[in-house]
Design a protein around this ligand. Sequence first.
Ligand SMILES: NC(=O)c1ccc[n+]([C@@H]2O[C@H](COP(=O)([O-])OP(=O)(O)OC[C@H]3O[C@@H](n4cnc5c(N)ncnc54)[C@H](OP(=O)(O)O)[C@@H]3O)[C@@H](O)[C@H]2O)c1
Length: 267
Amino acid sequence: MRIGFVGTGVISTAVVTALMSSSNSPTQIVVSPRNASRANDLAQRFTAVTVGRDNQDVVDRSDVICLGVRPQDAQAALAALRFRSTQTVISFISTFSMEDIATLVQPCATVFRVVPLPPVARRLGPIAVFPAGGVVEEVFGDLGNLVAVADEQELQTLWSATSMMASYFRLQESAASWLVSQQVAPERARMFVASMFHALADTGLRELDTDFAQLAIDHATPGGLNEQLMRELETAGCFDTVQDGLALILRRMRGEAGFDDTLDQRL
Ligand SMILES: NC(=O)c1ccc[n+]([C@@H]2O[C@H](COP(=O)([O-])OP(=O)(O)OC[C@H]3O[C@@H](n4cnc5c(N)ncnc54)[C@H](OP(=O)(O)O)[C@@H]3O)[C@@H](O)[C@H]2O)c1
């Protein structure tokens, strides 16, 4: 199978890296020349990867074309491209519906939406796919935990939750920099916090039958340190803000809010 990538950014680079370490590596990958440094780096790392002359060259040389451009660039990048009816298009673009993509890639009629996340590079993490089956299972089946999504509404909702990635690290940064402010050496603080979050994330995945509320209780000794901090965060509204923020992101996914909308506007 020949796979092409239009838009060689963070996500396309991670997916190409994953594909090249999977049991089912494609024979040929063509990446678009933009971003040049990422594209050239992939071609240097993997002999199966070549850099296309331009986006049309990527499309012409591929059976399956992954779309890895940002939403604000998608219209301009795709409108002038000529697809074939026999090709498959897999879109990573967050805010473009199946209908939006199908219109842009006519006469190609086989379109999927897929949500890989940066750890896909190490073949880790969830990969939401819509619809399930077919080529998308063949390409992504070995790259992470495939989550077959029922409809585009569920896809949008799950996609909204991926907005927590940066905050996950920001939370760790907050803990680590507090440790440093208390005279813990930066490298020790960094390792301590990362190791703790890693171990706890692993618990969450291993104990899928235990809901998160129960895991929180299990990790809070009555009258202990964890119960106290969780109580303070709860009282300050931190967890409610997470849910309100996710609702805002979902509204943005639906085109009902923009980047400049904030939760403060509720007040
Ligand atoms: N990052 C994530 O965690 C994530 C997860 C799931 C889905 N997505 C989706 O994946 C898409 C890409 O996200 P990303 O994080 O990989 O963004 P990114 O790193 O900014 O990658 C986008 C790439 O597209 C290139 N590009 C811009 N205009 C182009 C054009 N006309 N033709 C070809 N390439 C063009 C950019 O080049 P320049 O660098 O030169 O501008 C950049 O390399 C987005 O639609 C996003 O919604 C992202």
